[in-house]
Design a protein around this ligand. Structure first.
Ligand SMILES: [Zn+2]
Length: 262
């Protein structure tokens, strides 16, 4: 069975217990990192994913809490590979042009073109269109839809090719039409809940419940919620109750290191 492991569940400001939202999708032949807001190398190791086990990386949008860990992760993968005397195969990186073009600029700013014997990185840039094929291998077929955030952003629908299990992930977004299609009849809908009141770029827990209900999802998992504010820790314990007011299926709050069979 494939697994989705939550490596971080927080919105833009992390805490000791909640890193920025990112996750690993693990199939029989692939380890796919979804977003990279901080250096995930220690967390990957904790869940048994070694630095050279990573096959693919999906980046959903160019906001610091989703991409700023890329240079240090790639740097660590390169250094550890060099120390081990191993040259890995290409790391494939997927996303829309807006995001990946900037990630390339970020890597150039870090001088990666001067890091000797750097392993190959293959950028797969896709169009911002509904139902675009983002990544397909023997484990998964992942399609993407533009969602409604402050910068161009994609949400995704992950199909397990062996079992047909569907996982939808909203990424960062306000309520918008594409969220129904990408989450249509999903077995699990992972939806952000960063807003405390209706917002133009984020969703409240109650709105996430409504979206999951209208999409016909079986189960809702809330992620990318606020854990740390100007006055210190934020109480997020009521979010599942707020979502349960609009969604009748099971609701869970994603926590770091939670494992979902997908
Ligand atoms: Zn964002």
């Amino acid at each position: 069975m494939a697994r989705l492991i939550i490596l971080g569940s927080a919105a833009i400001v992390p805490s000791m217990e909640h890193d920025n939202t990112h996750m690993i999708l693990q199939g029989e032949e692939s380890n796919i990192l979804i977003d990279c807001g901080s250096n995930p190398i220690a967390r990957m190791r904790k869940i048994g994913v070694n630095y050279d086990d990573l096959t693919d990386m999906i980046l959903t949008h160019f906001h610091p809490d989703h991409v700023v860990g890329v240079p240090i992760l790639l740097n660590n993968m390169w250094l550890l590979g060099q120390q081990a005397g191993r040259q890995r195969g290409a790391l494939r990186v997927y996303g829309i042009h807006h995001c990946l073009n900037r990630v390339e600029e970020l890597m150039l700013a870090m001088g990666w073109d001067e890091w000797p014997d750097f392993f190959p990185v293959a950028f797969h840039k896709i169009l911002e269109r509904d139902n675009q094929l983002l990544l397909e291998n023997n484990d998964f077929r992942i399609t993407s839809w533009p969602v409604k955030h402050y910068v161009p952003t994609i949400g995704m629908r992950i199909e397990n090719k062996r079992t047909g299990y569907i996982t939808a992930y909203s990424c960062d977004t306000a309520p918008t039409e594409s969220l129904y299609e990408l989450g249509r009849n999903a077995d699990m809908y992972i939806h952000e809940a960063a807003a405390s009141k209706p917002d133009i770029g984020h969703t409240t827990a109650a709105e996430a419940g409504e979206i999951a209900r209208k999409a016909g999802a079986r189960k809702l998992v809330l992620i990318h919620y606020e854990v740390f504010g100007p006055d210190g820790p934020v109480d997020y314990s009521n979010l599942p109750t707020e979502a349960a007011a609009t969604f009748k299926g099971p609701v869970e709050l994603a926590e770091d290191f939670m494992v979902f069979e997908v």
